[in-house]
Design a protein around this ligand. Structure first.
Ligand code: ATP
Ligand code: MG
Length: 634
């Protein structure tokens, strides 16, 4: 860790209030706060108490004086072949109109609005409109079907739902409206009204007295002036669910002031974004990355943000770089899963476009294996920064703060603890503090910094129980991830605490085995799980997706590849870590956010019920696992 950053980080822990009072100057306050931190009821932290501000004001209004005509929201859909650029003034106009529409439906400060939308501008207008009037938004990823949606409707109890006729994926319209109707039918809570954007992609049946047409309402409110509602810093801005990779999703609740400050600070210290530049985050507004770095973060920083509807490989695998060239993107944020998709495509597309405007590509959301990191950074000739965080934290826990001091990235590591995070590695059974190169649970000593979750929506007890009671003897926040720290202070994430397997008494992280397998040149991605074994307790089993699936089409070829892969594990980790089998599949079962559903794979391997699958992307991938395990040649 560099000396300057080390001092910066130390101060953020030792002089919390002084440090964050300074960072708070990065945003506009309508009324100053009277107390930086109220920590009178641990582990609940209240930041910037008494201060009044507004996320929408900081994202839009604040920039009108200097950059009204500059691009704010750039919408690109390769699904419908639309491209629309909204300036800050136009975004302001559309957001006030949407705010008037919601207010017209009786939405008041503190009321919930559920947003079930594809990646279209109206989704962003709706989020910002809620923020403007102090309504709490709850965005539900557009890919979810009725059951997941119904559960979220019941949890959030929204007065209004904002939705659309359809999304589109790989050129195929996916009707949302029937899914929404079914969800409202199943849900106990019934929203009073549903505002519908009609894209003309799928027919809609309208429920009289409930369903409203956005285009009509927009006309009616085209001139509406809706002033910003100044909110106390600790009022609620939104709720959002975790991905459900390990269990039932948790409703993360976030504040206003702390979040605005945390994002503004991250845009300066971590992402190094400058007002007037363009930020391109390929996530979805249904995830925390979309909230923080498609919508609020870049706009608070005065940057233009790209809202992209489409896949990374259509019309071809050069589309992301083509957009970088066209909009002179300075900073990009994507996920390893998207890069692994590109890895299966022609690498020449990485250099076909002029990407010289791009300073850094940030990747987050899952482990970034070293071969993938090298492939993309060498292919693009641009630095890659891995960053590690969670829905719960809202912004990076581990990254490099190049805005404070330039630091070198280490392959395989998301970097060092970010300012504000008092990060520790703790022994899972004793809670003891661990030293250099000792593997432990990544934990944060509270209070959590600004921007992190306030609580679980409607359930303070679950917040304390879930996050603060699992490490013996320590009232620390558990990330439920394993990590290790090297002598330079860089952390390495070794997988999730429930992804540890026990082979004949040896505790192995499935992540380490995956990382090892990934060194085989033919591999695109893989998942390792522990399967119950009568003799050894558990054995590791691997599922592998090849860059070129036909390479394992012949049984002999598959056998040879399997042997080669196992030999790498033998060499790097030892025979004890060697999976008993490597099965070749076309795709891995993943959540809609692109994370591997190891718990479901494991259940299928052990012929158990895979449990909650509401967040699965493609049930067919799980069927392939089932078939693979059942067949003698994988
Ligand atoms: P749930 O908590 O419901 O099981 P989830 O943990 O997948 O779902 P998210 O909040 O979307 O929900 O994901 C955060 C998790 O993703 C982290 O705890 C970590 O396991 C993983 N992760 C995120 N970024 C990285 C990264 N850069 N390197 C390694 N792992 C990462
Ligand atoms: Mg989690």
């Amino acid at each position: 860790m560099g000396q300057r950053y080390e001092a910066f980080h130390r101060r953020s822990i030792e002089d919390r209030e002084g440090f964050w009072a300074e960072q708070a100057q990065l945003i506009d306050w309508h009324e100053p706060f009277t107390q930086v931190l109220d920590y009178s009821r641990p582990p609940f932290a209240r930041w910037f108490v008494g201060g009044r501000t507004n996320l929408c004001h900081n994202a839009i209004d604040r920039h009108l004086a200097e950059r009204a005509g500059q691009p704010a929201l750039i919408h690109v859909s390769t699904e419908t072949n639309e491209e629309t650029v909204y300036s800050f003034a136009e975004l302001h106009r559309e957001t006030m109109t949407m705010a008037a529409i919601l207010a017209g439906q009786g939405v008041e400060r503190g009321d919930r609005v559920l947003i079930y939308m594809p990646m279209i501008p109206q989704a962003v207008f709706a989020m910002l409109a809620c923020a403007r009037i102090g309504a709490i938004h709850s965005v539900v990823f557009g890919g979810f079907a009725s059951n997941s949606l119904a559960a979220r409707i019941d949890d959030a109890t929204p007065k209004v739902v904002v939705s659309a006729d359809a999304g589109s994926r790989a050129g195929k319209a996916i009707a949302y409206k029937p899914l929404l109707d079914e969800a409202i039918r199943i849900a106990r809570h019934k929203p009073a009204s549903v505002v519908l954007v009609d894209r003309g992609l799928a027919p809609m049946e309208r429920v009289a007295g409930r369903d409203l047409d956005y285009a009509e309402l927009r006309k009616a409110h085209a001139e509406a002036e809706v002033p910003v509602t100044w909110l106390e810093s600790n009022e609620i801005s939104y709720t959002l669910y975790t991905s459900g990779t390990t269990g039932t999703p948790k409703g993360v609740q976030r504040d206003v002031g702390g979040y605005a400050v945390a994002l503004a600070a991250s845009m300066r210290h971590i992402y190094c974004g400058k007002a007037g530049e363009t930020y391109f985050c390929t996530s979805d507004i249904g995830w925390v990355v979309g909230h923080s770095y498609i919508v609020y973060g870049p706009l608070i920083a005065g940057m233009a943000t790209i809202l992209y509807e489409g896949t990374p490989i259509r019309p071809d695998a050069g589309i992301l770089w083509q957009l970088v060239e066209k909009y002179r993107v300075s900073l990009m944020f994507s996920a390893p899963t998207a890069i692994r998709v590109l890895k299966k495509q022609d690498p020449a597309l990485l250099t076909k476009y002029d990407t010289s405007s791009l300073r850094t590509l940030f990747l987050a959301g899952e482990p970034l294996d070293e071969p993938t990191a090298r492939w993309i950074s060498e292919g693009l000739g641009r630095p890659i920064i891995d960053n590690y965080w969670q829905t719960e934290t809202g912004w990076p826990i581990l990254a490099l703060a190049n805005g404070v001091e330039r630091m070198t990235a280490k392959f395989g590591s998301p970097g060092v603890p970010m300012y504000g995070y008092d990060l520790h590695l703790l022994h899972e059974q004793t809670g003891a503090e661990l030293g250099v190169n000792e593997k432990g649970v990544v934990a944060i000593f509270p209070p959590l910094p600004p921007g992190c979750m306030q609580t679980v929506w409607g359930d303070d007890e679950r917040f304390v129980e879930t996050y603060f009671t699992t490490i013996p003897g320590q009232a620390a926040y558990s990330t439920f991830d394993w990590g290790i720290r090297d002598e330079d202070g860089y952390y390495f994430i070794l997988g999730r605490t429930d992804d540890v397997i026990n082979v004949a008494g040896h505790r192995l992280g499935t992540r380490e085995i995956e990382e090892s397998l990934s060194h085989h040149a033919a591999l695109a991605e893989c998942a390792v799980i522990g399967m119950a074994d009568a003799i050894k307790g558990q054995v590791a089993v691997a599922f592998a997706v090849l860059k070129d699936a036909s390479a394992a089409a012949q049984p002999e070829a598959a056998l040879r590849l399997e042997k080669e892969m196992l030999a790498i594990v033998d060499r790097q980790l030892g025979a004890v870590a060697r999976p008993s089998r490597v099965y070749f599949v076309m795709a891995l079962p993943k959540t809609r956010s692109g994370k591997v559903l190891r718990r479901a794979i494991q259940a299928v391997c052990e012929q158990r019920d895979p449990g909650d699958l509401t967040t699965i992307e493609d049930p067919n991938a799980l069927q392939q696992v089932r078939d693979a395990v059942g067949s003698p040649h994988g």
